[in-house]
Design a protein around this ligand. Structure first.
Ligand SMILES: C[S@@+](CC[C@H](N)C(=O)[O-])C[C@H]1O[C@@H](n2cnc3c(N)ncnc32)[C@H](O)[C@@H]1O
Length: 455
């Protein structure tokens, strides 16, 4: 792929930009593949059909792969044991660790979260009593975000589908806000050469205005001393350092520098007007795509602490249901509530937090356990993928080919004499539910998530 001169000229003022090396790395067409494992689920690298190669140095959970596998046919991807993510983006881990106290419960918003790369990563880094609001404004993308967060299996996540301005009522609520902003996308040119044709100066200007609007809308929701982490996959200074200057001019805020290892070859930049520290990733300098990240601390909120949420529009489940769930669920201190016919398990304090978040359009919160149908539970897929299932639930281990058939939603020949609900597993990782009947079994894998691709 050769990049047009107008694009190269546009990046010539970007700190650390080396035109010759940049062109060379785009010309080769070389691709870097990487994944991030889920520390709550992943234990055995041998369960993967591909090899984890070198570690990505700025994260504890990321690995480069020697070659790109067909991820769709990897059952552990559907079990939420790993996530396919571009390596540079995992630098978010450094930003969070160095700017926030992750040893205590925090309220964190990932504002532009779909498909869920940063949110799954954040979930792995937070104290378990934290609350992570993973938001996506575009409805169809919010559905994908929800799917990925359910597969990841964390119980402390709320998935919402809101515009940034909908958060204005939550004055001073969040300790940390991550804005992985929609941008002109030049950092992905190597991955997606077709996107080169869509790039223009007008697009960069439009994105920069939208990024300012998003940050202005979300700003009141950040608490005093709270941390804002802003990132793009654009090389354009208008979306990166100039945007950081705009933040410093517009809000009461200070720039938060981060420590990096010189061997990582990340370019540290300083914005022209206010010297905001930023971190630039170039594919010709390190193994990863184009990325920019900067962090800020809010100086004053201009508003008090979050108000009390009052009571939510839900009820605790009855004693009969609670007793009935005993052989399904691990013993926990979670609250069990009924919402829209579903039973939800919410970690301690989340019910109170949800009451505060009631103004948002909540797609998913805590773990959906299922529906109570008269005498017993019809378990939800999210429950299977969570860490809350009781050890006594019957399990059916499948070989790889059968596991893929299950994920295609085909009927599974069980060979088991035991009737009723079973968790289907591959190499000890749960994929979902089946119900074994007298002469057949019903596959409960969600229809909209099934594998459609043929090998
Ligand atoms: C760079 S992508 C996010 C990637 C995601 N953080 C991840 O790591 O998987 C930017 C997201 O911003 C969303 N978006 C688009 N317009 C937006 C707006 N006006 N406000 C907030 N988010 C927006 C896009 O739909 C997209 O999902």
């Amino acid at each position: 792929m050769s990049l047009p001169p107008n694009i190269l000229r546009a990046f010539s003022n970007a700190p650390g930009f080396d035109e010759e090396a940049f062109c060379r790395v785009h010309d080769t067409g070389e691709q870097v593949s990487s994944v991030r494992i889920n520390p709550a689920k992943f234990s055995d690298p041998a369960a993967l059909s591909f090899e984890l190669d070198r570690r990505i140095p700025w994260t504890a959970y990321g690995y480069y792969l020697a070659s790109r596998p067909l991820y769709t046919f990897e059952p552990l991807l559907h079990a939420g044991a790993f996530y396919v993510q571009e390596a540079s983006s995992m630098f978010l881990e450094q930003a969070l660790q160095q700017t926030a106290d992750l040893s205590r419960p925090l309220r964190v918003l990932d504002l532009s979260a779909a498909p869920g790369g940063k949110s799954t990563h954040i979930q792995s880094l937070l104290h378990p009593e934290s609350i992570l609001v993973s938001n996506e404004v575009i409805k169809s993308r919010a559905a994908i975000l929800e799917e990925n967060m359910i597969k990841w299996g964390g119980s402390n996540v709320v998935v919402t589908n809101n515009d940034p301005r909908d958060f204005s009522g939550l004055q001073g609520y969040f300790d940390v806000i991550v804005v992985d902003a929609p941008c002109s996308g030049s950092g992905m040119f190597r991955r997606d050469p077709d996107s080169v044709a869509g790039w223009s100066h007008d697009l960069v200007a439009l994105c920069s205005q939208r990024q300012q609007r998003i940050l202005a809308d979300i700003w009141p929701a950040l608490k005093e001393d709270g941390v804002l982490i802003y990132s793009t996959c654009s090389y354009s200074v208008e979306e990166d350092e100039e945007l950081a200057d705009w933040v410093l001019e517009t809000f009461e805020v200070s720039s938060l520098p981060l420590l990096t290892d010189s061997n990582w070859n990340i370019v540290q930049s300083f914005s022209e007007k206010h010297q905001a520290a930023g971190y630039r990733f170039y594919p010709d300098k390190l193994m990863g795509e184009g990325f920019y990240l900067t962090a800020f601390k809010k100086k004053s909120a201009g508003s008090g602490p979050p108000r009390k949420g009052g009571r939510g529009k839900w009820e605790q489940v009855s004693r009969q249901v609670r007793d009935g769930l005993k052989h399904w669920m691990k013993e926990t201190d979670f609250s069990l509530i009924s919402l829209h016919e579903n039973i939800l398990a919410l970690p301690p304090l989340m019910a109170e937090e949800l009451a505060l978040l009631q103004s948002l359009y909540i797609r998913n919160a805590g773990v959906t356990i299922g529906k109570w149908a008269g005498k017993d539970l019809v378990p939800d897929h999210a429950f299977a993928l969570s860490q809350l299932t009781a050890t006594g639930i019957p399990v059916l281990q499948l070989e790889r080919a059968e596991a893929l058939n299950y994920l295609r939603k085909e009927e599974i020949k069980t060979g088991t004499g035991q009737m009723g609900w079973h968790m289907v597993q591959y190499m000890g990782h749960t994929l979902g539910w089946i119900k074994v009947l007298q002469n057949r079994s019903n596959n409960y894998y969600p229809k909209e998530w099934r594998i459609l691709k043929q090998v």
